[in-house]
Design a protein. Sequence first.
Length: 392
Amino acid sequence: MRNVAILGATGSIGASVLDVIARHPDRFRASVLAAHRKVDELVALCLRFKPDLAVIADAALETALRDKLVAAGLATRAAAGMQALNDAASGELCDSVVAAIVGAAGLESTLAAARAGKRLLLANKESVVMAGPLLLDAVHAGGGELIPVDSEHNAIFQCLPGGRPDLAAAGVRRILLTASGGPFRGKKRADLAAITPDQACAHPKWNMGRKISVDSATLMNKGLEVIEAHWLFGATPMQIEVVVHPQSLVHSLVEYADGSVLAQLGNPDMRTALAHALAWPERIDAGVAPLDLVKSGALQFEAPDRDTFRCLDLAYRALVEGGTAPTVLNAANEVAVGAFLEGSLPFLAIAELIEATLDAISAEPVAGIEHLVHVDLTARNVAQRKMRQEFC
Ligand code: NDP
């Protein structure tokens, strides 16, 4: 029996992984469930899954969580605050951790799980963008394993021999990351001036949280994934190509020296990647409908529109600059997307604000986690100041 901690249990990935776990009560148990502020949703999940521990990251909500668990007649213990989250990710109650907190807020608990040698099911791409080498070192030192659940990286993992080999020795020429193109595929800059948050979050293929949905609409999601692929698989920026594939059935591809191209296909449903990562190297039912290739029709592939969706090139720029640049990129993006979702920044200004923040902060070699946390904070402050001065 695998005991699984789900950090971000009340989110979209949380719901998908809990659905897979519920299908296999003989193999998996949700032993820890964690959320940020949604106490009622967390308690409802506790009623259904009866974990040993529930964690609410906002420390002010500890009493509310404890009282509601008691009122529900549950034996689930309550804990609160970021340290409690890190302790849960690294503690005895779990052997696998689903890192599904959104944004940089997930970094510390992801690192804690890695250091403790857990099987890390990594959805929180922002942590690998911010701190790729530190995260890989932590996985290595902890002696656990990292299985990517971002669908593209899970696909690449499945197409590589042994999941994560030395690419040159394995004869890998390129990694092809597919992108749906988001809700605004085919639109030009002039069409995007008055986009609302709800329009940006209406993804044509995937049902996701609001932050990643906006990232998909700007193509920053693909940019973050390019950086993620660089760290997870050791591919150079030149070896990673983005291909728009609107049907979202081919989740990514690996091209080999002999001309073979291996792809992983499936319906666009995160339960496939999550089931794969939970059971790896075995395969289990994910509850996902079989892919009907005849019914799904033609598969299209096209180049991304880099002039309209400038965030993709900003991510390549940060990757090539290296050091702390991806941390700055991520922080500026989180500030910009947050402001866009609140209605205080226009859609097209997201890329401009990120670029201005990258221009303002020179990349430095990464000195350690405290350094990255400091850079993250500095970049947020710079982005917020620029937003007030130049964009609002
Ligand atoms: P959601 O917004 O749906 O859920 C986010 C979860 O994180 C919620 O449980 C939320 O708690 C919790 N959370 C938010 N802020 C904090 C915080 N400061 N401390 C602790 N917990 C916090 O996001 P998604 O599930 O869509 O995405 C989660 C991660 O997975 C992201 O990094 C995303 O990029 C990645 N991912 C998502 C995919 C998807 O299909 N959704 C696909 C691939 C990757 P609460 O509900 O209490 O606010």
